[in-house]
Write a protein that binds this ligand. Structure first.
Ligand code: SAM
Length: 221
């Protein structure tokens, strides 16, 4: 589904500046459209790459690999000795992601964990500098709690789909999207009011939540 956040003219104008030279990335974008696989919007992916370049994280966790598109875009910006751990539960996606990661030549930078993040995350002990959450909306709240537990202080949390194709802010929502929209709206309230996060939601792609973990704010006496 296309983003409704920015009008088509502006997107076309911005696309005019695009200089992606990696054929694998371009092929994966086409594959995702043709096979209706919901990968990160390309403008949001460019923004994610910039965050990785600026934050220079040593350890990155991605929840929701799909075909490995954002994993590769993250990993190609990691500095030496940095690593991306990415979690995917769908067998079909795991197979495609593994193939794409092999093709990318970034196997030394990406570790693909197979399984449900809700089961895997509680067993991870070492914390991360950067967490990218991009999974099922029904799981977002619980995955968010685990993400916060696994995020170092001053670590960055990057969350996709917080404007949910425009439905988060819409007065009328199609029946098919009612439950997921409710989940996203509830998630946004928690995300924006979390005491130990400095958070914002930006209108890039499908709405990106970006936050830095801080100390818990003390209650005023
Ligand atoms: C939106 S896609 C991820 C797209 C990917 N980040 C990209 O931009 O290239 C979401 C993926 O998360 C996976 N997923 C959803 N909930 C999950 C969970 N609880 N644990 C592991 N994977 C999950 C789905 O199977 C799906 O492949």
């Amino acid at each position: 589904m296309k983003s409704k956040m920015i009008d088509e003219n502006q997107l076309r104008y911005l696309d005019g500046f695009r200089n992606e030279e990696n054929n694998l990335i371009l092929e994966m974008e086409t594959f995702a459209v043709e096979n209706q696989i919901p990968i990160l919007d390309r403008h949001a992916a460019a923004f994610l790459e910039l965050q990785i370049k600026m934050c220079r994280p040593k350890r990155v966790l991605e929840i929701g690999t799909a075909i490995g598109y954002s994993s590769i875009r993250i990993a190609r910006n990691l500095s030496n000795k940095s690593i991306l751990h990415t979690i995917e539960k769908s067998e079909d996606s795991i197979k495609l992601a593994a193939e794409n990661i092999n093709k990318s030549g970034l196997t030394d930078k990406i570790v693909l964990f197979k399984g449900n993040a809700l089961e895997l995350m509680p067993n991870i002990s070492k914390k991360y500098d950067f967490v990218f959450l991009d999974a099922d909306k029904e799981d977002y709240k619980r995955l968010f709690d685990y993400s916060l537990m696994l995020l170092k202080k001053k670590g960055i949390l990057f969350v996709d789909n917080l404007l949910w194709h425009g439905y988060a802010a819409a007065a009328r929502v199609p029946k098919k999207y009612k439950t997921s929209t409710k989940m996203v709206r509830e998630f946004n309230k928690v995300f924006m009011s979390q005491k130990n996060l400095h958070a914002t939601i930006v209108t890039i792609g499908d709405g990106i939540g970006l936050a830095v973990k801080s100390k818990k704010r003390k209650k005023k006496e």
